[in-house]
Design a protein around this ligand. Structure first.
Ligand code: MN
Length: 569
């Protein structure tokens, strides 16, 4: 375990002396920082950091990323702070370590589809730089490989396995790192579904063995045919379907293993796209295809960029067998990921959104971006593909967390009031204050991704009209407006005072008041005075100008009334 191992692992490009010295310093710093700390398995904590860095080197990452891999748990778990990393290693590496530390606080608590999607988005948004995600993925890969050490806490074990499969494997898959995604899923599977895993292992053991022998025979036949027709073959091989994806498929097929044709699939790797189609023709000439099973992911790549031709044929002994045909480039892309392609696209189009932090990625020409340029040329016609990778909705969304750990997805610029309404109308209506990351914060504060938001409520409280000046979501606006309107109807009731002079008679008051009630006007107070033969009547009622005018016309029909006027008070 030393820096030389890291250097050996990254074969794509030699490190400069400067880079090697950086890795050496990060190695020593991390080792010193984690001195004396042990993992649950009993091994030194530093091993975990080294394995994470080794994985990053294997993915051919740049030296700051590998150094940050060595340092990724320093700020969280040791006496050294992020500030010290910044002093020692500069802004770029401390930014990467800080990003991984932030992601470490996110947890997948409620197994829920919508929450999972929000959490994935939040992870991407918070990272700001794809290299943060790569470090997190390398970190998680090693953690899941060593998850058996947590056997004392099976609940935690299961939570981490679920999070790995639902969140991190899915992110890896969407970034085109299918191989890593499959590995993460396979490693999580036994913890998520122990009995299903056991069943699968018992039932496929023999099938896998027989299948391998059979495919050896098929491989020899097709290799010969392809060579005869002049195709420059790179290789033909076969690999067993991954346990986790096999199990998912079995669930759809009533656990009937006979229905699974791609239990072990043959892979034909050639040099050019033309050769892919030629090879497909040769396979179909040799064995008839099963209708409906020919898939052209070269003409129409999967959303994550996966490209290949798939077909299932009635093969030797009439057994259904799947073939996958692709070029070496497509093969490498599907194995190792085209994540960097996403980074390249992002750098071009999201400069504004990333202006603060990922200038680092801007400044630096990452080695693998070079390599991906050529892939990008091939993909440039495939708009769908680019769209699926860009995740550009992130530049105008923020993701905040409730005290319960739920992720709330909001438009950028949203405030605690928007957050409160997004949780529940009641909470929005009765909110009186907010705490952001534990600190009391004004209600017009603009929430940042990753903020932990707590809403303070008071039961009798009503929404304030002034909130309309800063809320961002249309939902909050609508709810506040309708609530303000309702209460203004109550408050803004106008009161009119009528002064009536009439010649007194029995039943006069009753006649007058019945006109009010027929017009649905609520009398608040009446008081009358007898002055000679005239009665002076003052009536206060709930009426505006319009209603009062109408009322006067009606009151004038009472012939005893000599004089009448009103004012709004
Ligand atoms: Mn870690």
């Amino acid at each position: 375990m030393n820096v030389r191992d890291l250097i050996k692992e990254r074969q794509s490009k030699n490190f400069t002396n400067e880079e090697i010295s950086l890795l050496g310093r990060a190695f020593d710093f991390s080792k010193r920082g984690h001195q004396g700390q042990k993992r649950k398995s009993g091994e030194p904590y530093f091993n975990h950091c080294f394995q994470t860095a080794l994985q990053l080197a294997n993915w051919q990452m740049d030296s700051p990323t590998i150094a940050a891999g060595l340092l990724h748990d320093i700020a969280e778990d040791t006496k050294y702070s992020l500030e010290e990393i910044k002093k020692e290693f500069g802004e770029e590496i401390s930014f990467l370590v800080g990003g991984v530390t932030k992601l470490g606080h996110l947890k997948y608590l409620n197994a829920d589809i919508e929450q999972a999607e929000n959490l994935r988005k939040m992870i991407l948004a918070l990272s700001q730089d794809l290299r943060v995600i790569f470090i997190k993925l390398a970190d998680r890969l090693h953690n899941i490989k060593t998850l058996s050490a947590l056997s004392q806490t099976p609940n935690k074990q299961k939570r981490i396995a679920l999070e790995t499969s639902e969140i991190y494997a899915t992110i890896a898959y969407r970034l085109g790192m299918a191989n890593l995604a499959g590995e993460l899923e396979d490693l999580s599977f036994p913890y998520i579904n122990p009995s299903g895993y056991k069943w699968l292992i018992e039932n496929i053991k023999e099938k896998y063995g027989n299948r391998q022998k059979y495919l050896e025979k098929v491989k020899n036949i097709i290799e010969k045919k392809l060579k005869e027709s002049g195709i420059r073959l790179v290789k033909v091989d076969f690999r067993a379907k991954r346990y986790s994806s096999l199990y998912k498929k079995l669930l759809r097929e009533n656990m009937n293993l006979e229905q699974i044709y791609d239990l072990v699939a043959l892979r034909i790797i050639v040099n050019t796209i033309e050769e892919c189609y030629t090879a497909l023709g040769i396979v179909h000439q040799t064995w008839p295809p099963l209708p409906g099973r020919i898939k052209d992911y070269i003409a129409m790549p999967k959303p994550n960029g996966y490209r290949s031709l798939h077909t299932t044929v009635f093969c030797l002994d009439n057994k259904l067998t799947e073939f996958q045909i692709r070029t070496l480039e497509m093969h490498q892309a599907s194995e190792n990921g085209i994540a960097a392609h996403w980074l390249y696209e992002q750098k071009k189009s999201e400069k504004d959104y990333l202006e603060k932090k990922s200038v680092f990625a801007e400044k630096k020409e990452l080695a693998w971006v070079e390599q991906l340029r050529s892939w990008q040329k091939e993909f440039s016609n495939s708009e769908e593909f680019l769209k699926s990778l860009k995740i550009d909705f992130l530049k105008d969304r923020i993701f905040a967390i409730t005290p319960k750990g739920e992720v709330i997805d909001l438009p950028a610029g949203s405030t605690p009031v928007d957050f409160a309404y997004a949780i529940h109308t009641e909470i929005g209506a009765s909110c009186v204050g907010s705490k952001i990351n534990g600190k009391i914060t004004p209600l017009d504060y603009q929430i940042q991704s990753g903020d932990l938001v707590e809403i303070l409520v008071q039961k009798s409280k009503k929404p304030s009209e002034s909130w309309l000046e800063f809320v961002k979501t249309s939902m909050a606006k609508k709810k506040i407006k309708s609530s303000v309107k309702k209460s203004s109807k109550l408050i803004k009731k106008e009161i009119a005072e009528f002064k009536i002079t009439a010649i007194d008679r029995i039943g006069l008051l009753k006649d007058i008041s019945s006109i009010f009630s027929r017009n649905r006007i609520n009398i608040q107070t009446t008081n009358t005075n007898l002055i000679g033969q005239h009665r002076l009547i003052k009536i206060k009622c709930e009426a505006d100008k319009e209603k009062s005018e109408k009322l006067i016309l009606k009151l004038k029909k009472i012939k005893e009334i000599k004089e009448i006027n009103y004012k709004i008070i």
